[in-house]
Design a protein around this ligand. Structure first.
Ligand SMILES: Nc1ncnc2c1ncn2[C@@H]1O[C@H](COP(=O)(O)OP(=O)(O)O)[C@@H](O)[C@H]1O
Ligand SMILES: N[C@@H](CCOP(=O)(O)O)C(=O)O
Length: 291
């Protein structure tokens, strides 16, 4: 029996759609794995009643198949599904890291990223790596078809999860198919600023680089209160605010001393729209840990 804790993640960070991601210090999924003749899955924790235990429909099933590593897999969800916090990816990342060790497959953390992404394809129809990469490797990750670049960044964050369900599959359907050249120029500048900010542990530069005028405005329509929450967080000192992953979580970067105030301001702003929410005062953290 082996236990793995794999963190929630925030993908895109505005300017890095389908490329950037960060591991969050909390929340996390805790997954226990035991060798077996076939794959069986048992779910507990946040939103687990909505997650299928059928291996063909659960992200961990695809990972076990890809590693040819049948196991009994108990998943305790710390990350609610359809949250924009890489819920489906956290389980897939934990399964990839745990089964690799349990069956002594010898893959490196970077090699496990495309294997865990097979789980993402099961739920969103697309094997995007930007959640599984940080959940496996920790820190800030840049996932492209050439592989993953990882930076051990340290930036305080606030993640505010409203009581709204947005499935990644639905949110991918509203992504515009084209962008103008001026939007492309702006996105490249913002992505470069954000990357530099991660290297320097500079919340100001990271926040500035989170601005995006292509994907975020289209998805904001799916999150009741997004604009109000964003403006309130910026007024409370956030250096940048955007949608976490496909939403509905709204994520803010900030200086350490402003984090508590930003967290309560975001909760209040959702509350004023009649939307219940919960908030995580967190920061960029490490990748999956085996116990
Ligand atoms: N192990 C798992 N953990 C969470 N969600 C899972 C898992 N396996 C399958 N799913 C399904 O994935 C969907 C949630 O994934 P997704 O929409 O990408 O949300 P998130 O942004 O939280 O990752 C739900 O339909 C859920 O039933
Ligand atoms: N790049 C993906 C990320 C989805 O993240 P999730 O946490 O919402 O699963 C996208 O934006 O579709």
């Amino acid at each position: 029996m082996l236990t793995v804790r794999a963190p929630a993640t925030s993908a895109n960070l505005g300017s890095g759609f389908d490329v950037f991601g960060v591991a969050l210090e909390r929340p996390a999924d805790v997954v226990r794995l035991e060798k077996a003749d076939r794959v069986t899955i048992e779910m507990t924790g946040a939103g687990s009643q909505y997650i299928p235990e059928d291996p063909d429909k659960n992200t961990v099933g695809a990972v076990a198949e890809a590693l040819d590593a049948p196991a009994h897999i108990q998943i305790d969800k710390g990350v609610r599904p359809a949250s924009g916090l890489g819920s489906s990816a956290a389980s897939a990342a934990a399964a990839a890291v745990g089964l690799n060790e349990l069956y002594d497959r010898g893959y490196s953390r970077e090699e496990l990223v495309p294997i865990a992404a097979k789980g993402e394809a099961v739920v969103s129809g697309d094997a995007h790596d930007d959640n599984v990469a940080p959940s496996i490797m920790g820190g800030f990750t840049i996932a492209t078809d050439k592989g993953v670049t990882q930076v051990d960044a340290d930036i305080p964050l606030v993640a505010c999860l409203p009581d709204i369900v947005v499935s990644t599959r639905d949110a991918r359907n509203v992504v515009p198919e084209t962008a103008r050249v001026d939007q492309m120029v702006e996105t490249v500048g913002n992505a470069a600023s954000l990357t530099t900010g991660m290297h320097r542990d500079d919340p100001e530069l990271v926040g500035q680089g989170m601005h995006d005028t292509v994907v975020t405005p289209a998805r904001a329509q799916l999150i009741d209160g997004y604009e109000q929450v964003r403006e309130a967080a910026l007024a409370a000192g956030a250096t940048g605010v955007t949608i976490s992953g496909a939403g509905p979580t709204v994520i803010a970067a900030c200086a350490e001393e402003d984090r508590r105030k930003i967290a309560s301001t975001m909760l209040d702003a959702f509350g004023e729209r009649g939307v219940d929410a919960r908030v995580y005062q967190t920061r960029i953290g490490g990748g999956a840990e085996v116990f």
